[in-house]
Unconditional design. Structure first.
Length: 63
């Protein structure tokens, strides 16, 4: 209730899914997108590390 920002960490998520180092794996990306949607839909702020090639996509998703 008192948390305003949630940071999505694809590397940690991939490792917990037994996909260490595979942050672009379709299953990891799907979970990242699902997590972002859940955070944004709840009215909180989603944050994550992005780069030049991914920034526009994640901005559209609400990060």
């Amino acid at each position: 209730e008192h948390i305003d920002v949630f940071y999505v960490a694809p590397g940690d998520l991939a490792q917990s899914m037994n996909l260490t180092g595979q942050t672009s794996h379709p299953d990891v990306r799907a979970e990242v997108d699902r997590g972002i949607a859940t955070i944004v839909d709840s009215g909180k702020v989603a944050g994550m590390l992005v780069n030049d090639s991914t920034v526009d996509d994640y901005l559209r998703k609400g990060v």
